[in-house]
Design a protein around this ligand. Structure first.
Ligand code: ATP
Ligand code: MG
Ligand code: MG
Length: 554
């Protein structure tokens, strides 16, 4: 039973344990590059690695793969930590690849001494031209057979800052005719005169990804290093580098690959998301339209909704496109359990209940959340003048319209049955007000015969004199195409949806005054909303997280 529900990554670990790998030595890492904010794709990798840590009671490091000072920043380090914590995971240690710069340098010196690395003084174009093709061997660099002394001297001077960026590189001396192009003397170091967010100007040579990643895993004694499929071909190089440095008594990290997750109608690439931010298409990395963890959080997603989504899509060996509606489904499902219900009207139409007394102080009892184990209630003010949604009234409609029409009845949620008597119009014929009468004996929960009378429709409403005006931000998909970055010859920015944000006024029952930033609500019959950090004491701002699929039947 248990066996069957394991994913292929768990099978790899189980097989290793069966073959005698010491369970105490299991260790994982999540290795983001701090060159942007984490996105929903990263959530898969986070849940995979930290989930394995929980399952096997093994440490998981948060490792920053910070080897490219041109793109990395402290702001991103901070944001990544915040997002991993918010998802509910605890790392064992925070590590940085930059912690290992000295060790990597020392190892590289050993490589040179052992004839396994050389300084190449060609341009990157020349090096690229010599790579060959997968079916034809590459050409040796004229510098490939430099003496150990010359290589040691040049490498030291590269480190000392004697050369311009791009003038020399250190290459591993492996095999220029390997069928794996990555094995054709890969670059280990490049010169880059750029300050690093942690090591500042200590270094002007920076190690390449392939040279850094496996060695960092080894230093941290990570047993299983999971990465996405595009690194499958890198595995041979990962192992080659490890073989040169590792002590057989230590854990030999194992790289294994899983499929990247792609979400429809958005982009999951930090580099491309950065363009949306830089070009002002969104208002920052945490814009609620962004597929970043921080954007989803601000939009009103809960950690559980994201984790449940990730669990549902699972870990795969092949890439495929996941429809964004599946993510929305999980938001709805989790918020249905957690979000208190309140009433809000977003497109108001004034209703005057002509036979209701003026200046009363009546309240109706409203259930906070029918999903709660112990039901709680609040008092919502009712009055002679209320707002309902414009679309909930028609002068005339067929029998399938279960809302308010002239001569017809509806129940106001938790309150009375009203009947529409007259539509008041402006000069242009637009309905600006509806006059109704109510049945004073029909109050919900009052126990009278009338209160139990069945009418087809139930509408949400707010008392005009008590309602709070708020700003509501409604979002649509950020891109009009399912895969905006997979259109040959077109830039993904061509598919930005120009109408992805709509700002409107809303009227909400007064209990909302106590809401705090981040609080979630279900606006009944409309959807899930949460309080945006842009809110002030004067005005609350709500983000629409997701709409309700079904309006209630009661
Ligand atoms: P990006 O292109 O967005 O920068 P990346 O892979 O370069 O993605 P990293 O910071 O290196 O980003 O990612 C950290 C970890 O998350 C890596 O192990 C990476 O493979 C994984 N990861 C990144 N994007 C996805 C995705 N879409 N689906 C699953 N895992 C991902
Ligand atoms: Mg990366
Ligand atoms: Mg990247």
């Amino acid at each position: 039973e248990e066996e069957k529900s394991l994913n292929f990554i768990e099978h790899i670990i189980e097989d290793d344990l069966k073959e005698g790998f010491d369970k105490e030595k299991l260790r994982f890492r999540f290795p983001p590059e701090p060159n942007g904010y984490l996105h929903i794709g990263h959530a898969s990798s986070i849940c995979l690695n930290f989930g394995l840590g929980e399952k096997y009671d093994a440490p998981v490091n948060l490792r920053f793969d910070d080897t490219n000072p041109a793109k990395e920043e402290q702001e991103y380090v901070d944001a990544i930590k915040r997002d991993v914590e918010w998802l509910g995971y605890k790392w064992s240690e925070v590590r940085y690849a930059s912690d290992y710069f000295q060790q990597l340098f020392d190892w590289a010196v050993e490589f040179i001494k052992n004839g396994k690395a050389y300084v190449d003084s060609q341009t990157s174009e020349e090096i690229a031209a010599q790579k060959g093709t997968p079916t034809t061997p590459g050409t040796d660099s004229p510098y490939r057979n430099r003496s150990v002394e010359e290589n040691l001297d040049l490498f030291q001077r590269m480190k000392n800052g004697e050369f311009e960026s791009g003038t020399h590189v250190l290459r591993a001396k492996i095999d220029m005719s390997s069928s794996n192009m990555l094995m054709r003397d890969p670059i280990m170091y490049r010169i880059l005169h750029k300050a690093h967010h942690r090591t500042n100007t200590d270094w002007c040579i920076y190690p390449m990804y392939d040279w850094t990643h496996g060695e960092s895993d080894y230093i941290e004694q990570v047993s299983h290093s999971f990465c996405t499929l595009e690194f499958a071909m890198h595995r041979e190089l990962y192992n080659w580098f490890l073989e040169q440095v590792s002590n057989p008594n230590q854990v030999q990290p194992k790289q294994r690959e899983f499929a990247r997750r792609n979400l429809s109608h958005t982009i999951v690439s930090k580099r491309k998301l950065l363009r949306l931010v830089e070009e002002g298409i969104v208002n920052g990395w945490d814009d609620p339209r962004m597929p970043t963890i921080s954007g989803l959080r601000r939009r009103g997603y809960t950690p559980e909704s994201i984790k449940n989504f990730v669990k549902t899509i699972g870990i795969a060996k092949r890439e495929n496109l996941i429809d964004v509606s599946l993510l929305e489904f999980h938001a709805r499902e989790d918020l249905n359990k957690k979000a208190p219900r309140i009433m809000a009207v977003l497109d108001p139409l004034k209703v005057v209940i002509t036979n209701y007394p003026e200046n009363t102080d009546e309240y109706v009892d409203s259930e906070n959340n029918p999903e709660d184990e112990v039901l709680t209630y609040r008092k919502v003010p009712f009055s002679r003048e209320i707002y309902i949604e414009k679309e909930d009234f028609r002068e005339e409609a067929n029998r399938k319209f279960f809302r308010l029409k002239l001569g017809g009845e509806v129940r106001l949620k938790n309150a009375y049955i009203i009947k529409a008597e007259k539509a008041i119009k402006d000069e242009d014929g637009n309905i600006i007000e509806v006059h109704c009468t109510y049945d004073p004996l029909s109050k919900s929960g009052s126990g009278t015969e009338e209160s139990k009378r069945k009418v087809k429709g139930t509408l949400h409403w707010v008392s005009i004199k008590d309602a709070k005006e708020v700003e509501v931000r409604e979002y649509d998909r950020l891109f009009t195409e399912a895969e905006p970055d997979r259109h040959e010859g077109k830039d993904f920015l061509e598919f930005v949806n120009p109408d992805s944000l709509r700002v409107i006024k809303g009227y909400v029952e007064p209990s909302v005054e106590e809401a705090k930033i981040g609080d979630h609500f279900q606006f009944q019959r409309i959807g899930y909303f949460n309080v945006d950090p842009d809110s002030t004491n004067e005005k609350l701002v709500f983000n629409k997280t997701v709409g309700l699929r079904d309006s209630w039947a009661k």
